[in-house]
Structure formats: structure tokens, C-alpha cells
Design a protein around this ligand. Sequence first.
Ligand SMILES: C[S@@+](CC[C@H](N)C(=O)[O-])C[C@H]1O[C@@H](n2cnc3c(N)ncnc32)[C@H](O)[C@@H]1O
Length: 248
Amino acid sequence: MLVDLFHYLTTPAPWSHRRRGYLRESVLLLSRSRRCRTAWEPHLTRARAVIMRACEGLPRYRTVVVLGSGLLDDVPLDHLARRFTRIRLVDAVHPWPTRWTVRHRPDVTLVTADLTRPGAVPDHGGGPEIDLVISANLLSQLPILPVDGSGGADPQLGGRIVRAHLDGLSRLAARVCLVTDVLQTEEDRDGRVTDRLDLLHGVPLPTPDAAWTWDLAPFGEAARDRRLVHRVHGYADWHAALGGPDRP
Ligand SMILES: C[S@@+](CC[C@H](N)C(=O)[O-])C[C@H]1O[C@@H](n2cnc3c(N)ncnc32)[C@H](O)[C@@H]1O
């Protein structure tokens, strides 16, 4: 609790991001990721593997952009650093562990941005020097605070935010790697599914290169006799998954 408070009070974040809850979510993510370290490791390993595959065979290795860099838990930073000249990390909040990790790395730039803002994906992922853009376990997170904040007034809002991010990625000239959770199931101790939640608000995705489960909240984390499991999709080359560079 005290550690959370320390992060809440001291993490640099724009006032508007604090007010809209991004800092609170980032602090909660930090503490949950540390509590669930063992349960999350298989998911993080799979996510890093997709990102490493996305690095293969690029014509040039100038700038790589990571959208939703957060704690860098799913980002193989050293692997990227060995290949690319510059690394740009984009998130609403850059927590202390990430700031600490990159503090002596002149090749790494931290960009603080709200990626639901119109034009955010081309603004941060477009440009002639960018050879790879990674959307790292971000997509399903994008609608959460806006939908909560709207109080359910606009039932289409979540789907529009998801669609806008995917459309933005689809229009980028660089190779795009997408890792995202798509479905949450709640299970009891007998393995029965007690609830399901479409994390992408009805927006369908093409067949992934890899798919796996993420033990997001093991028994005892969110509830004693319930666990939350997420289905995750990984696309090493999003344009290829869509069937070509121009198809949104
Ligand atoms: C599930 S976490 C994954 C973070 C990171 N890939 C990792 O493994 O640590 C989702 C990230 O999305 C970020 N995020 C959520 N909504 C955002 C928004 N509107 N703009 C920018 N980042 C956002 C959060 O701050 C968080 O770092």
C-alpha cells in the first residue's frame, strides 16, 4: 500500500492523465504484475517471442516504436536495442521501473501520450525513419477508462476506440507487430466458465500467428474461488495478417 502511494505521488505524469485515472491504473498494474509474476511469465515469454519474430528480416533497423510500453514486462528491450538505432517508448504513464531501466540509454526516448487521441497512432508510429511499430498489450486497455468515464452513455464507444487503433496501425508504412488480449473468461475451481467478456467490444481480428492464455488473476487475486483468464493473440506482421499493407 505504502509502495503504491509512493508511486502514485512521485511518478511524473501530466495532470490530465492523473485526473483521468491513467496513473492510478499504472500503479495498480505495477503492483499486480509483481504479485502475479510467476503466473504471468508464460504469457510474457510468448509475447516477447512474437515481438522478437517481428524483428526478423526488416530491410532497415532505424527506429522501433513501442505503443503501450508501460512496465516493459513484455518488451524484449535488449533484443530491440541490439538491432535498432533508436527505441521510442510511448505510453500514458512511464512508471519508475521503466524510467530506471532506460536512465543511461541515450538510444531510448520516452514519449508520454494518450493513444486514444485522434491521430495518435500516425503521429507516434508514422514517419520515414520508423521500421517497426509494436502495439504491446495495449489495445484492450484503450477503451477501459473512456468507457468507464462515459458511464455507459455511448454503447459504441469501446468499439470505436478499438477500431480506430487498428485502423491507425493498418495505415502505417512500417511493419506492425500487435499483441493483444481479446477475451476474458472467469472460471471457478471446477474449471467451469462463469462469465465471459469480449475485451475488443465486438471488433473481430484476423487469424493470429500465435494464440495463448494469460492467467491474469489466479485464484485469490481478484476473488478466492474465481480466476480470470485472458485469451491473447499475437501478430508478428499485422499487415500480412490482413492480407496486404493497404487493407484496414
Ligand atoms: C497491460 S499494460 C501493458 C504494458 C506493457 N506492454 C508491459 O508489459 O508492461 C497496458 C498499458 O497501456 C497503457 N495505456 C492504457 N491506455 C492508454 C492510453 N489511452 N494511451 C497510452 N497508453 C495507454 C497503460 O498505461 C499500460 O502501460
